[in-house]
Ligand binder design. Structure first.
Ligand code: ADP
Ligand code: MG
Length: 381
């Protein structure tokens, strides 16, 4: 499906307007580096070929009218009266971005706009960041700013989600959507925001998202507990954040903390190391080793960080048993939701139905399994 064409036609059909700009912002899948972001550590996401598109035409007043095909409804608000509806209403992401761009002194204009997307919402691919980035690019584009600073844009979108929508997400999602490169993963330092591309060629490797169908549970409270346990560990170690500690430091300070805090810190410190090991192995095309690291990441998230559940363990086990699977691990906060697998591209077509059949046979949930490609980051099309 040609999403750009679809968006242009829809803008005409809904508002009888011709688009001045159309933006594209991809979703993301994190290859490795889980629960490291809020420890100022390292992550390695790809931007996906699945993306969110916004087509917009400027208005002469301060009104915003926007239709989202994902939501199947239209929202309206005034740029002079931005008020959150609450409970993560989809228009809050858009109002939040408008507010946040205002904080950065951007002059915006009213628009008629449509949003179309093939990023599945709530499936661990960060549809919210794709929405924010796509919307921000369209709003800035209509205001005559076609090449905004990438990091400032990511930070503005994160601020919108943190402070206007009220979701305390890290910076990875927005940066991944903006900095993505085709056939590459992005090794990203969540503290300095330095980043570099690492080869992840689609002809060799396919990233498969495996949604267990089990809704994420307890995420908020468990997430906050992990954040405070990491803080307790870094305090005991006398470092600003766990990204500044090594396993030697941790072993030396083991007696100064509870065992549970020690194990949480061990996950984070080892996971940061795995990010670099995966980057190195990808450069050397040693995909078996990349897969081992993904499996180790899962084991660490399960045993040390304790954020896995039986369904996530099962879907990863089923995945690993398939021909051509290098490795698999849970992704995101855990307690349900999604896992990912790295699969040899030649084997990818047979992989998805095989995992689905076996997993769905063993549990009451219905899985959704789909492949994504590492694609270029957001921009105007
Ligand atoms: P995810 O993991 O996909 O980011 P979130 O709960 O953070 O899940 O964000 C999903 C929410 O973002 C949706 O409930 C909706 O409010 C908003 N959203 C995402 N994509 C779209 C879209 N294309 N159109 C309108 N709203 C969207
Ligand atoms: Mg989100």
């Amino acid at each position: 499906m040609d999403y750009v064409k679809h968006a242009l036609q829809l803008l005409e059909a809904k508002f009888q307007r011709e688009a001045e700009v159309t933006s594209r912002a991809p979703g993301r899948v994190n290859i490795i580096g889980e629960h490291t972001d809020y420890n100022d550590g390292f992550v390695m996401p790809i931007a996906t070929d699945a993306a969110t598109y916004t087509s917009a035409a400027p208005r002469d007043d301060r009104l915003v009218r926007v239709f989202s095909t994902t939501m199947g409804e239209q929202a309206e608000f005034s740029l002079d009266d931005l008020q959150a509806k609450g409970a993560g209403h989809w228009a809050d992401y858009l109002q939040g971005v408008a507010w946040s761009l205002g904080v950065d002194k951007h002059e915006l204009r009213g628009v008629d706009a449509v949003i179309v997307s093939d990023v599945p919402a709530g499936s661990g691919m960060s549809s919210s960041a794709a929405l924010e980035v796509s919307w921000a690019l369209a709003m800035l584009g209509v205001a005559g700013q076609r090449h905004p600073d990438k990091k400032a844009l990511a930070l503005a979108c994160q601020r919108a989600e943190n402070e206007f929508v009220g979701m305390k997400c890290g910076i990875m999602d927005q940066l991944a959507s903006i900095l993505g490169e085709r056939d590459s993963a992005i090794l990203l330092d969540c503290w300095t925001l330095e980043h570099e591309a690492v080869p992840l060629p689609a002809d060799a490797l396919t990233v498969v998202v495996m949604d267990t169908g089990k809704p994420r549970q307890l995420v908020g409270s468990e997430y906050n507990t992990r954040v405070s346990q990491c803080k307790a560990a870094s305090d005991a170690l006398g470092v600003r954040a766990l990204r500044d500690a090594t396993m030697e430091d941790l072993e030396a300070a083991k007696d100064k903390m509870e065992d549970i805090v020690y194990r949480r810190a061990r996950h984070v410190i080892c996971e940061d190391e795995r990010v670099f090991e995966v980057a190195e192995a990808l450069r050397e095309e040693d995909y078996a080793h990349v897969g081992d690291m993904l499996n180790q990441s899962h084991a660490s998230l399960k045993d040390d960080y304790e954020v896995s559940v039986a369904e996530l363990d099962l879907i990863c086990e089923v995945a690993r048993a398939q021909e051509g699977c290098y490795g698999a691990r849970l992704v995101g906060a855990g307690f349900g939701g999604c896992a990912m697998a790295l699969v040899r591209t030649e084997a990818a077509e047979a992989f998805a139905p095989a995992v689905k059949a076996e997993y769905d046979r063993q549990v009451d949930y219905v899985s959704r399994i789909f492949s994504v490609k590492a694609d270029q980051g957001a921009g105007l099309v």
